[in-house]
Design a protein around this ligand. Structure first.
Ligand code: G1P
Length: 293
């Protein structure tokens, strides 16, 4: 196999309403809620950057303008930090700032589902394979999940989906995949289903929200009918794509911990786990937590 095209671009669907976090999300996008001192979306962009992504494509919606501001420079703030000698803070802001031309923003005008959100990015992605990261799902691991997936992609080419086991009674909440070899880190996918009815899932491996997809997904999404929940489902389009002989799908098992920051317990747990990773916070936090039990 000739070496597959490099993955340069990543899509971040950030148009969701965040109703589960009202009233916090009344005037602020859910993606800007902070895990320790970085917005959730920044953590996910960090994961993409660590995997070598060069262009960050955000599919936004109404009231999401602050996400665009977050990835822009803030002249007054930078000048004030500079005048006050806050070198460390200034260096961190500059380190996190994408270079000019490295971000793109497009809008999903109606909440028609994940498949539709991805389709909205088609012209910006163009004719090349791309990564897709769902910002609600923080993947906490020594090696960033997307970096692992790109390594698998470089070996096998095609399409890749990160998966991890969930308890059987939760399979109906996710996209579920069947695989050829359950014990393998990377395995061919034999079947996929979005939100299977209880007791009908092909396995307990759920789609965790990290994908590497070929651009041939876009024309399929364009005519994709509504599926589970009345939404245009990415999983349904992936099932169509996987039927083609030249479009293999691989599952890459994620061995770290996933925090669903779209749910309150997941979000709160993420704050604790990410704070415990920080040497300057961990001891003090442990002391405080112990007092609670
Ligand atoms: C989406 C995908 C689903 C995946 C999940 C991970 O569902 O459609 O396949 O398992 O993200 O979070 P949603 O959470 O948008 O319902």
């Amino acid at each position: 196999m000739s070496s597959p095209k490099r993955i340069r671009k990543a899509v971040f669907p950030v148009a969701g309403l965040g109703t589960r976090f009202l009233p916090a999300t009344k005037a602020m996008p859910k993606e800007m809620l902070t895990v320790v001192d970085r917005p959730v979306i920044q953590h996910v962009v960090d994961e993409a950057k660590a995997a070598g992504i060069e262009h960050f494509i955000f599919v936004t919606g109404r009231n999401k303008g602050v996400i665009e501001d977050h990835f822009d420079s803030q002249f007054e703030l930078e000048r004030t930090l500079d005048e006050r000698g806050k070198k460390k803070e200034l260096a961190e802001l500059r380190r996190d700032l994408p270079a000019a031309g490295q971000t793109s923003f497009t809008r999903q005008q109606a909440p028609l589902g994940l498949g539709h959100a991805v389709w909205c990015a088609r012209d910006i992605v163009g004719d090349e394979p791309f990564a897709l990261l769902l910002p609600d799902m923080l993947h906490h691991a020594a090696t960033p999940c997307l970096a692992d997936m790109i390594a698998a992609y470089e070996k096998h080419g095609g399409n890749h989906i990160a998966v991890a086991p969930v308890p059987e009674d939760q399979t109906h909440q996710y996209g579920i995949v069947g695989v050829e070899d359950r014990a393998a880190k990377v395995s061919r996918i034999t079947g996929m289903v979005e939100k299977p009815k209880q007791g009908t899932a092909p396995s307990n491996l759920h789609i965790t929200g990290r994908y590497i997809l070929q651009p041939q997904i876009f024309p399929i999404l364009e005519s994709q009918e509504r599926g589970a929940g009345g939404e245009i489902q990415l999983t349904d389009a992936m099932i169509q794509l996987s039927k083609r002989d030249d479009q293999a799908f691989h599952a890459v098992r994620f061995d770290g911990t996933i925090y669903d920051c779209g749910a309150k317990v997941g979000f709160l747990s993420a704050n604790i786990a990410y704070a415990l990773d920080r040497p300057e916070l961990s001891e003090a936090l442990k002391t405080e937590l112990k007092k609670l039990f």
